[in-house]
Design a protein around this ligand. Structure first.
Ligand SMILES: [Zn+2]
Ligand SMILES: [Zn+2]
Length: 438
C-alpha cells in the first residue's frame, strides 16, 4: 500500500473544519489589524535561505529539504516564511511604494526534524511581518496579533470563562551598538568551558554563541551558570525601546514576563523578541514566536529596512483547540433530499438550485435506495432535515420534511415549498446553538 512520507500528515475531512475555523479566524483578525495577505512560493532558490536564515544555523545545515533540479539549480522547500517574504518585498520594490508593509501569510513549511507530537516535517504556520517602522509599537502590535489570535481561538472553542494557560515571555536582544560587547564576553566565557558543552554546543559556541542558551541538555545548562547575560549589556536606547513595548502591553491588558534567557541565535535579530508558550502542550509548548530583525533586509542584499514579525504554529494551536473544545466542529448539511426514483430526483433539482443560491447546504445522493437507507445516509451527513420525495408524494404534490433532530415531520405542498423551506431554515439556524459553525 502507498503511504504518506514520515512526518507528513493528511488532514482528513473530520479534522479539516477545525483548520478552516482557525484559518478563517486568523484572516479576520489580520484584516481587523490592517494586514494584507501575501503568498510566496513554497520552493525558493536555496540562497534565499542561506542568506535569509544564515548558513551556520541548524535549519540550514541540518533541516532543509534541498535538492538540485533538472537545470542544476539548488532549490529548497521553505523552512519558514520570513526569508521568502523579504525576497518578494525587495524583488517587487514594495518597500519603495508604501511607507509601511503589513503582510501575513498562511501555509506549509518544511523541516527535516525528528517527528513528534506537535512537530511534523510538513508543518503549517500563520505568519506576519511589519516592514518599515522601527517603533517599539510595531513590536507590540506583532505581539498583540499573536495574543489576539491564540486567545480568540480559545474564546471560540472553550466554553469556560477562564483565561487559557498561556505565558507571554519577552526580552531584548540589544542592538548593533550594544550586542557585540556581550558576544565578545560570551565567547571568552564559552572558550573556558568548552569541554563541559555537548558537541552541538561546542560547534555553536564558535559560529553562533547565543544558540547555546537554547540547548535543553542539563550539562550545558550547568556549564552556562554565571554566563554573561545580555541584559547587563543592553544600552539605554534598547532599555527605553523595551519599556515602551511593556507600557503598550499594559495598556491593552496583556500579561507578560521578562525572560532574560530568551534569545535568538541569528545576528540580524535585534531588540524585542518574544514567545507565547502554553503549559498545556508539554515540552513543545511554544505556540507563537517572533521578534525584530532590523538587519535582515541588508543581509539579503537590500537596503536598511527595519522589520518585526512572528509565526504561530498551526499544529500546536490545533492541539490546544482540540483540548479546549468540548466538541469538535463537524460538517453539517441543512437539507438531505431523500428522493426515490428518477422522476423524484428530477422534480427536486430546481428546488435544490434555488436553495443553494440562498446559501442552504443541500445534498442529494444520486442513488436509488429505499427510504430507510436514505435516512441513515442523512444521519451520516449530519443533516438537519430530510426532504422526502417518493411515488406517493409526487402523486399528492406534497413533500415530507422530516426534522432529524426532533424526529417530527410536516407535509409541504410543492407550490409553497421553497418559501416555506427557507422560513423553516431561518428558524432552525436561529435556534441551533452551534458556536462552531464557521
Ligand atoms: Zn542597544
Ligand atoms: Zn548543548
Amino acid at each position: 500500500m502507498l503511504t504518506a512520507i514520515r512526518g507528513f500528515k493528511d488532514i482528513l475531512p473530520q479534522n479539516s473544519l477545525l483548520w478552516a475555523v482557525i484559518e478563517d479566524f486568523a484572516r479576520l483578525t489580520f484584516r481587523s489589524f490592517g494586514f494584507q495577505e501575501i503568498r510566496t512560493p513554497i520552493l525558493e532558490k536555496t540562497e534565499v535561505f542561506t542568506r535569509g536564515i544564515g548558513e551556520h544555523t541548524d535549519i540550514v545545515e541540518k533541516e532543509m529539504y534541498t535538492f538540485t533540479d533538472r537545470n542544476g539549480d539548488s532549490l529548497s522547500l521553505r523552512p519558514e516564511a520570513t526569508a521568502g517574504i523579504l525576497r518578494a518585498v525587495l524583488e517587487h520594490n514594495l518597500h519603495k511604494e508604501a511607507g509601511q508593509i503589513r503582510v501575513f501569510t498562511l501555509g506549509p513549511m518544511f523541516r527535516h526534524e525528528r517527528p513528534q507530537k506537535g512537530r511534523l516535517r510538513q508543518f503549517h504556520q500563520i505568519d506576519m511581518e511589519i516592514l518599515g517602522p522601527a517603533s517599539p509599537l510595531a513590536d507590540f502590535e506583532v505581539i498583540w496579533m499573536a495574543w489576539s489570535i491564540v486567545n480568540g481561538i480559545y474564546e471560540k472553542t472553550a466554553q469556560g470563562s477562564e483565561r487559557p494557560d498561556l505565558r507571554l515571555e519577552i526580552n531584548s536582544l540589544g542592538c548593533p551598538s550594544c550586542k557585540p560587547h556581550h558576544r565578545e564576553d560570551l565567547l571568552i566565557f564559552l572558550e573556558n568551558r568548552r569541554e563541559q558543552l555537548c558537541p552541538d554546543c561546542q560547534r555553536r559556541s564558535l559560529s553562533n554563541p547565543l544558540r547555546v542558551f537554547d540547548c535543553k541538555l542539563e550539562q550545558c545548562k550547568n556549564a552556562l551558570k554565571g554566563a554573561p547575560l545580555l541584559r547587563n549589556y543592553i544600552c539605554p536606547d534598547c532599555v527605553e525601546h523595551l519599556k515602551l513595548v511593556q507600557d503598550a502591553l499594559h495598556a491593552v491588558n496583556i500579561p507578560f514576563v521578562i525572560n532574560p534567557l530568551l534569545v535568538r541565535g541569528l545576528d540580524y535579530y535585534s531588540r524585542t523578541t518574544f514567545e507565547l508558550i502554553s503549559n498545556e502542550l508539554g515540552a513543545q509548548g511554544t505556540v507563537a514566536a517572533g521578534g525584530r530583525y532590523d538587519g535582515l533586509a541588508e543581509q539579503m542584499g537590500g537596503p536598511h529596512l527595519p522589520g518585526v514579525g512572528m509565526a504561530i504554529g498551526c499544529e500546536r494551536l490545533l492541539l490546544l483547540a482540540e483540548q479546549w473544545a468540548e466538541q469538535q466542529p463537524v460538517y453539517a448539511t441543512d437539507i438531505f433530499v431523500a428522493a426515490m426514483g428518477d422522476k423524484a430526483m428530477q422534480t427536486a433539482l430546481p428546488w435544490i438550485k434555488e436553495l443553494r443560491k440562498n446559501g442552504v447546504s443541500v445534498l442529494m445522493p444520486y442513488e436509488s435506495k429505499g427510504l430507510k437507507a436514505l435516512l441513515k445516509a442523512a444521519d451520516r451527513h449530519n443533516a438537519t432535515f430530510a426532504l422526502i420525495l417518493g411515488e406517493s408524494e409526487l402523486q399528492g404534490r406534497k413533500a415530507v420534511l422530516k426534522d432529524l433532530h426532533s424526529h417530527t415531520q410536516t407535509e409541504i405542498a410543492f407550490e409553497s415549498l421553497l418559501p416555506e423551506l427557507l422560513d423553516i431554515l431561518k428558524i432552525a439556524k436561529r435556534t441551533s446553538n452551534n458556536a462552531w459553525k464557521p
